[in-house]
Design a protein around this ligand. Structure first.
Ligand code: ARG
Length: 464
């Protein structure tokens, strides 16, 4: 056979000129898809073994390919691998180096495969690995919130609506609200992982292959539940990345909400909590300052993660089946979003571990703003048999009276209260305290220390 001079090692047969420099620049993805090297090599090794098992290539070729790929991997991990832009992407960089290392057998690796199913496989495995990392990060974060909740199960603080004091709640209850949120994030990442766990390898370019391959074998070797059932969908689908970004956005939103609370709570005006020095910074000009920078950055990370979600949704929208090069733009934003989420979760877990709630400040704040007014209205209903609407009205009048006097509800005398409603008696004072208030809210999921303790136990049991 005559050796043809080629403008490109992979497809030069039909080309007479090499690419323009700008073409090379816009076309190359090696600058970022080198992050898929480990997945690419694992996929290729499984593919080669399957080709041999099915009699499509010889055992000795498969062995040479498998060994050669391990050498490539160690070069990449050791930092000695030379990535080449002219080889466009990770797939061709690896294959070209394999050819240098083992010669002719390397040319058989791409039998019954295309870069379309190859990249779909690599990226899917990468996102699947990230799901595992996010799961571990969430478990650490939830553990930190559980510890905070346990330590402060009966500590009181103001519960807010509209950032106005509403009713006293327990610190433990507030922490457990985040356990619920991150718990849903955990279930979302597990769901997404299970759904994405179908192997696209063997879809080849788009239509499947005429070679007698065994897709079950590669799927199993690579830890997938099953091969993807439609070859067109297998190469065109990026739902797994979208779902990952969706759950990342929701999780980052949850992180940003607690980050915002930390920023507010650590301010001199609130003094609800003290952040550790480990997660704060000083000011170059104002010596007294201790800034909650980590909390602010966690609050901000959601921006780039949401951006990645919208970015990829926009890339995928309207793309005809099956693969289009547009889809090369799927990776960078997912990489960036995954990095940002992992960092934000780790920073938040550290901040929560170190967080010191200021018990006295929280207790005083819990009693402020007539926070037990609802307890008073409920007492009027329970003790005096008043309809709730009337009780609401009477309580409103008592709040107004206290406000005019510049005092809190428990500081009104019985005579003063009886001016508003003559049947009010001494036992009203039993329910105006914040600890009575929180202890009384013992309905399922309520703020009472007992309820909080049982929710902590339920979560500890579920995560054990
Ligand atoms: N670098 C490409 C990507 O990330 C790999 C797939 C190329 N496939 C193709 N038909 N040109 O999408």
């Amino acid at each position: 056979m005559t050796k043809l001079k080629q403008s490109n090692a992979m497809w030069g047969g039909r080309f007479s000129a090499g690419p323009d420099a700008v073409m090379e620049a816009i076309n190359a993805s090696i600058g970022f898809d080198k992050r898929l090297a480990r997945q690419d090599i694992a996929g290729s090794r499984a593919h080669a073994q399957m080709l041999a098992a099915c009699g499509i290539i010889s055992d000795s070729d498969a062995e040479a390919i498998g060994e050669g790929l391990l050498t490539v991997l160690s070069e990449i991990e050791g930092g000695t691998f030379q990535f080449k832009v002219e080889l466009e992407d990770i797939h061709m960089n690896v294959e070209a180096r394999l050819t240098e290392l083992i010669g002719a057998p390397a040319g058989r690796l791409h039998t019954a495969r295309s870069r379309n199913d190859q990249v779909a496989l690599d990226f899917r495995m990468w996102v699947r690995d990230q799901c595992d990392a996010v799961e571990a990060g969430l478990l650490a974060l939830i553990a930190a919130f559980l510890d905070q909740a346990e330590a402060g199960a009966d500590m009181v603080m103001p519960g807010f609506t509209h950032l106005q004091v509403a009713q006293p709640v327990t610190w433990g209850h507030h922490m457990m609200a985040y356990v619920e949120m991150f718990g849903r994030d955990l279930s979302r990442v597990r769901d997404a992982r299970a759904r994405m766990n179908e192997c696209p390898l063997g879809a080849a370019a788009l239509a499947g292959t005429s070679f007698p391959i065994d897709r079950e074998m590669t799927a199993e070797a690579l830890g997938f539940a099953r091969p993807a059932a439609n070859s067109l969908d297998a190469v065109a689908d990026r739902d797994f990345a979208l779902e990952f970004l969706g759950l990342a956005s929701i999780c980052a939103t949850h992180l940003s909400r607690f980050a915002e609370e930390l920023v507010i709570w650590s301010s001199a005006q609130f003094r609800f909590v003290t952040l550790s020095d480990r997660f704060s910074t000083g000011s170059s000009i104002m010596p007294q300052k201790k800034n909650p920078d980590a909390a602010e950055l966690v609050r901000a990370k959601v921006g780039r993660i949401n951006g990645a979600l919208i970015g990829l949704l926009t890339v995928m929208k309207g793309l005809p089946l099956t693969y289009s090069k547009d889809m090369q733009e799927d990776k960078e934003q997912v990489f960036d979003a995954a990095d940002a989420l992992m960092l934000a979760m780790a920073a938040m877990a550290g901040m929560v571990q170190d967080l010191r709630p200021n018990r006295d400040v929280l207790e005083a704040a819990a009693a402020s703003g007539f926070s037990t007014a609802t307890d008073l209205a409920d007492w009027l209903v329970r003790a005096l048999g008043m309809p709730f609407r009337e009780a609401h009205h009477v309580t409103g009048a008592l709040v107004k009276m206290a406000e005019d006097k510049g005092c809190d509800l428990p500081e009104l005398s019985l005579e003063e209260m009886q001016k508003v409603h003559s049947s009010i008696n001494q036992s009203v004072y039993d329910i105006l305290g914040v600890y009575n208030s929180t202890a009384s809210r013992a309905s399922y999921g309520g703020t009472s220390p007992d309820q909080v303790a049982s929710q902590i136990a339920r979560w500890r049991g579920a995560l054990a």
